[in-house]
Design a protein around this ligand. Structure first.
Ligand SMILES: [Zn+2]
Length: 267
């Protein structure tokens, strides 16, 4: 069994401040270690369920957060960004049996995590086919584009709820509950144990039940914080500007959504 893991940091146990996500800050070290330990737990659970090959995408900021030396030897770690449109799911292909998402967080405009965002801080909100777009949903569609089901999600309680509403059979582990600018969480070691136990359960279930049917068309509505960003990105081929801060992109191919994000992000 070949497993793909995509990992972020804004949804690891107890994280509650941007300094804890920022490599240049002292507060970061503890949470980068927790991210590594949560990924390690997912790897160990996967191995206990029969995985013999695991690829891990470090998918936060510079993508140089996870300490590979702490992961099992049968793991490959993808550090940095190739800028392939698959982004947080770089190198996923149909040779994988299942995907696991670790440390994921609520979408831009959500109250469920004080670190809530989607891809970058420039978006007020993004919708796809009317649903508020989270990185969970982006990665889930990307995985399913390669016919690989996402069977497990860990992150804040709110994104776990989003995950279960979207995909009935996904297994989730909530790492904390966000309220206002606070995070309420269990002991980090308890979370690590839950991740390992639940990854085993997720992979021993019928993983085909986590397959998602891809929509035939995609309408992406992007609301920026700054009008100047909306104006600039309105020139992307096929993009329509509908207000000072909002642009809309429609396509039948999900890959075109991902390609559009590569060229309209980070500006
Ligand atoms: Zn992140």
């Amino acid at each position: 069994m070949k497993i793909y893991i995509s990992a972020d940091i804004e949804g690891v146990a107890g994280i509650a401040h941007w300094n804890e996500c920022d490599k240049s800050k002292e507060d970061y070290k503890k949470f980068a270690e927790q991210m590594t330990l949560e990924v390690k737990a997912a790897c160990e659970g996967a191995i206990q369920a029969g995985a013999n090959e695991i690829w891990v995408k470090d998918a936060h900021a510079s993508a140089r957060n996870i300490d590979h030396s702490m992961l099992p030897k049968n793991t490959k770690l993808i550090r940095g960004w190739s800028r392939h449109p698959y982004g947080m799911m770089q190198e996923i292909d149909s040779s994988f049996d299942a995907s696991l998402l670790i440390g994921y967080h609520s979408y831009a405009s959500s109250a469920g995590n004080l670190l809530a965002h989607t891809m970058s801080g420039q978006f007020q909100s993004i919708k796809i086919n009317g649903m508020l777009l989270s990185e969970f949903l982006i990665s889930t569609y990307t995985s399913n584009l390669e016919r690989v089901p996402v069977v497990f999600l860990s992150g804040d309680e709110s994104i776990c709820k989003v995950g279960r509403e979207f995909s009935n059979n996904i297994t989730t582990v909530a790492t904390f509950k966000g309220i206002g600018e606070s995070a309420i969480g269990e002991h980090p070691t308890v979370i690590i144990e839950k991740i390992q136990e639940n990854v085993i359960l997720a992979l021993k279930n019928d993983i085909t039940k986590c397959n998602v049917i891809m929509p035939n068309s995609f309408k992406v509505e992007i609301e920026y914080k700054k009008p100047s960003t909306a104006y600039r990105n309105s020139f992307y081929p096929g993009m329509k500007q509908v207000s000072d801060t909002k642009i809309v992109f429609e396509t039948n191919a999900y890959f075109e959504v991902l390609r559009m994000f590569v060229f309209t992000l980070n500006s």
